[in-house]
Design a protein around this ligand. Structure first.
Ligand SMILES: Cc1cc2nc3c(=O)[nH]c(=O)nc-3n(C[C@H](O)[C@H](O)[C@H](O)COP(=O)(O)OP(=O)(O)OC[C@H]3O[C@@H](n4cnc5c(N)ncnc54)[C@H](O)[C@@H]3O)c2cc1C
Length: 412
């Protein structure tokens, strides 16, 4: 949009990783936005996250990388291990040639860094306890209600960053995300300087299940995730899944110290789901657009990439529809490729003998440079330059209790 034309009223549904980062990227290109988050307080459940250099290049553009490096732990490689013996099968390099790190960190730490940046940004208005309901796309605007008599909001662009169980997706009558039949049991273990905290990112592979552990909280804790088929029975979800009992001692020690892992059934959004809807007035980002199982550790990474690309697209064109189409055209091939990689990891990680022996041999024989090159398309993606010369307008209220999303002017 040219800088002297009217400024779109942009609203964001959801204040998770995608929503907060979206508002920051938009502010970076000079655009104001309002985030509506249904939770009255933004508190993250205790769990970790890996962020690869592609996602962190966005954080770099936002000036947040130093703060994340303070709370995260940088990795050079991911160790793939034989589940039962603990033998290292291969070390897959994850570092980037340009020095952008690969970090493992606690989600609460990431969220705190994002929230702090949001609080310092006058172009962002964050409404907590504001649940979006009743979304209605129109020809040249989109409107939605806020639960509990919170009124109606009219916007030029609604960015749906409301997660895997997206209300916006449901309201538009799209097929919901479906269970994958697997569950992730997640927990964190305090380590305070013990060896476990410096052991790096480790993934133990075995038939139909795998486990992954990595340091978080600047090395003061370890995040442990066990992934296996969802189990049946009354208390099945709350106990540590069966099948890991004869695995590597190192892993069993971590499991032994894990108190009450939180079960997290894994869902996947249909690959056919469009990202741009309602005449381009509604744009899906993050899990709302393309939730996928975490076998490539890229869900948040793709959400972060999405919103940088979207902010860039909105800054470049003077029509929401054109911006939404540009965003979808750029993101779809990449998301499809990541989804394929997720399927590949699920297949390869969970192989049983004798096929797993072939996998182990192929991985062991592959040179490190080749392993790194296999993932160059993923990790070497870099964020667009987010220009900062666009004037923004803070959110305002319209007549008769109708809220304007984020700007006083509308697009023609
Ligand atoms: C076990 C596991 C491990 C993972 N590991 C990794 C990893 O290592 N690396 C990685 O990149 N990704 C990982 N992921 C994926 C990652 O967690 C998600 O992709 C990411 O959190 C999605 O962010 P989001 O902002 O799109 O959605 P969410 O984080 O779900 O945020 C959605 C927000 O919208 C709000 N909301 C919902 N409905 C409404 C409404 N109607 N009105 C207003 N607000 C609403 C919610 O309260 C929430 O705050 C993992 C996922 C799992 C399950």
């Amino acid at each position: 949009m040219s800088h002297d034309q009217s400024i779109p009223a942009i609203v964001i549904a959801g204040g998770g990783i995608a929503g907060l980062t979206a508002a920051l990227c938009l502010a970076r290109v000079g655009l104001a936005s309002t985030i509506y988050e249904r939770a009255s307080e933004l508190s993250e459940v205790g769990a970790g996250l890996q962020l690869s250099p592609n996602a962190l290049s966005v954080m770099d553009r936002l000036g947040l990388l130093p703060a994340l490096q303070e709370v995260g732990v940088a990795a050079n490689h991911v160790s793939l291990k034989h589940g039962a013996s603990g033998r290292t099968i291969a070390e897959v390099p994850v570092h980037a040639g340009d020095g952008t790190p690969y970090l493992s960190l606690h989600r609460a730490d990431l969220q705190a860094v994002l929230l702090q940046a949001v609080a310092c940004e006058p172009k962002i208005s964050l409404r907590l306890g504001a649940e979006i309901v009743g979304v209605r796309p129109g020809e040249d605007a989109v409107d939605f209600g806020l639960a509990n008599g919170g009124g109606t909001v009219v916007a030029d662009i609604l960015i749906a960053a409301d997660g895997v169980r997206s209300t916006v997706v449901r309201q538009l009558g799209l097929a919901p995300a479906a269970p994958t039949g697997t569950t992730a049991w997640r927990t964190t273990i305090e380590t305070e300087g013990e060896a476990g905290s410096v052991a790096g990112i480790r993934a133990w592979l075995g038939p139909k299940r795998h486990a992954i552990a990595y340091p978080i909280r600047a090395g003061r804790a370890v995040n442990l995730v066990l992934i296996a088929r969802s189990e049946e029975g009354p208390d099945a979800a709350s106990r540590v899944p069966a099948g890991f009992s004869h695995w590597d001692e190192q892993l069993l020690r971590l499991i032994g110290r894990a108190s009450a892992p939180t079960p997290w059934p894994l869902f996947g959004a249909p690959a056919s789901r469009a990202f741009a809807l309602g005449n381009g007035r509604i744009v899906l980002v993050g899990d709302a657009a393309h939730a996928m199982a975490p076998y490539a550790a890229q869900g948040a990474g793709m959400a972060i990439e999405d919103v940088a690309v979207l902010a860039d697209a909105v800054a470049r064109t003077n029509a929401p529809r054109a911006a939404a189409e540009r965003y979808e055209a750029e993101r779809r091939p990449r998301i499809d490729k990541v989804r394929k990689r997720v399927g590949f990891h699920r297949f390869v990680y969970h192989l049983a003998p004798p096929f797993s022996l072939g996998r182990d041999m192929a991985l062991a024989l592959r040179p490190r440079d080749a392993l790194r090159a296999d993932l160059a398309w993923l990790y070497d993606w870099r964020a667009p330059v987010l220009a900062t010369d666009r004037p923004g307008v803070a959110g305002i209220d319209g007549p008769d209790g109708t809220e304007r999303g984020a700007a006083s002017d509308r697009l023609p």
